[in-house]
Design a protein. Sequence first.
Length: 73
Amino acid sequence: METKVRKVGNSLGLTLPKNVVEELHLKDGDTLSIETKDGNLNLKPVNVEFEEWAEAYRQANIDYKEVLNELAK
């Protein structure tokens, strides 16, 4: 599967084929995470609600570390 890189303003963009959009359940306005590794470009959908929950969980672990350690005993 191939797609072309196109100029969009001062940036470059690409169009995702319909089958990729359907497979990943993407919709207009969704956020994608972009990573590069060994010359490859990796895109993956970001679940914003999960990311917000995960950040709250991380912060609770920091704020209540001692209490959680006591409860775990």
